[in-house]
Design a protein around this ligand. Structure first.
Ligand code: PEP
Ligand code: MN
Length: 360
């Protein structure tokens, strides 16, 4: 995919690249007050939702087209770049006409290929950065598909925004981060910049700093963080918005680690990686042997009309493995996760054996 790095987008580029501003543009005064405060703490890209996708009707759905002129005023008064969310062709046309600098596609839109294609078609011939939030459900291919649609329209200034995924199980997050998904995205499209949106992942102020640090430690390229001059009074997402001063404090306290150690030889790291490679080889050898054994047991169960799941046996496997894991310094949670995955694989293998007709 032909893509430009954020450096090549031609903006003043602080590390990390930070976009901030309110969840929603509420009033002209609110927009300008926040923009000036953000500018004063060194932020150069301002965000504000003009059209708001809300879960339930009768919530504040954004001021709409009228507030685009407030963003033009932000550009004029502060010199900041401005970003808005677009969800259809009409939004794109109005935003482009208003001279908005950056567009983003929200999580409730990137989930819908029809809507993304409509936006892509409206962008043909334009040269504007487009940020693509992950779809609300944890579907990496759908996220990649949305990026591809925008790229096929000729846009090469694209970044993905990781904003977490909805899950039925309650978690401490508003949207579970599932970090493996943005990591896999980076592996699949290495030249696609990824920003993290800790505001929508966390849903609360206290989680913004640790999530931002984690994003930097995973080598993400920047952050989109919601901020407000009076967060408690915000018309949407009040619990997760922070003041520009708090934002500055969080950014100042972030530890910026490097992918490669500076001025230090790589030999130690290489030695350790070599050890990991060998340990993984052993691990896979053992898993291969375990699976052979699982197949033999599967055949035995089939020959003797036994169920695949023998609950007592499974319960005792989990208990003994967890206690051995604990004595080796592993957490209960990680041993459970690993063994549940292995067990699932064993069940699938035995299912295949049991459902195969006998070759008599
Ligand atoms: C937003 O950024 O305000 C927003 C609506 O986010 P998301 O699409 O991630 O829910
Ligand atoms: Mn929001």
């Amino acid at each position: 995919m032909k893509l430009k790095s954020i450096k090549e987008w031609g903006f003043a580029n602080n590390k990390p690249f930070v976009i901030s501003g309110p969840c929603s543009a509420e009033t002209k005064e609110q927009v300008l007050a926040i923009a000036h405060e953000l500018k004063a703490v060194g932020i150069s890209v301002f965000r504000a939702g003009v059209w708001k996708p809300r879960t339930r009707p009768n919530s504040f759905e954004g001021v709409g087209v009228e507030s685009l002129s407030w963003l033009q005023q932000v550009q004029k008064e502060t010199g900041m770049l401005v970003a808005v969310e677009v969800a259809n062709e009409k939004h794109v046309k109005l935003a482009l006409k208003a001279g908005i600098d950056i567009l983003w596609i929200g999580a409730r839109t990137s989930v819908n290929p029809f809507a993304v294609q409509e936006i892509a078609d409206a962008l043909v011939g334009q040269d504007i950065p487009v940020l693509v939030k992950n779809p609300i459900n944890p579907d990496l291919d759908l996220w990649i598909g949305a990026v591809e649609r925008i790229n096929l329209a000729g846009i090469n200034k694209i970044a993905a925004i990781h904003r977490g995924f909805s899950s039925y199980e309650p978690t401490k997050y508003r949207n579970a981060p599932n970090w493996q998904i943005p990591i896999e995205l980076k592996r699949r499209i290495p030249n696609l910049p990824i920003l993290c949106d800790p505001s929508h992942i966390g849903g609360t102020r206290a989680l913004i700093a640790p999530l931002s640090q984690k994003a930097l430690d995973l080598d993400m390229d920047g952050l989109m963080i919601e901020s407000h001059n009076t967060p408690d009074l915000a018309w949407s997402d009040a619990k997760q918005q922070i003041t520009p001063n708090t934002l500055k404090e969080i950014i100042d306290n972030l530890i910026k680690r490097e992918v490669k150690p500076i001025n230090v030889s790589l030999t130690d790291l290489e030695d350790l990686r070599h050890r990991i490679d060998n340990l993984d080889k052993e691990l896979l050898n053992m898993l291969g042997k375990r699976m052979k054994c699982v197949k033999e047991i599967g055949q035995y169960k089939k020959d003797n009309d036994m169920t695949i799941l023998q609950f007592k046996r499974w319960d005792s496997i989990l208990k003994t493995r967890v206690s051995q894991g604990l004595s080796l310094g592993l957490s209960e949670k990680s041993v459970m996760t690993i063994f549940k995955a292995i067990h699932q694989e064993s069940i699938n293998t035995q299912e295949a054996i049991l459902s195969k007709p006998d070759s008599k």
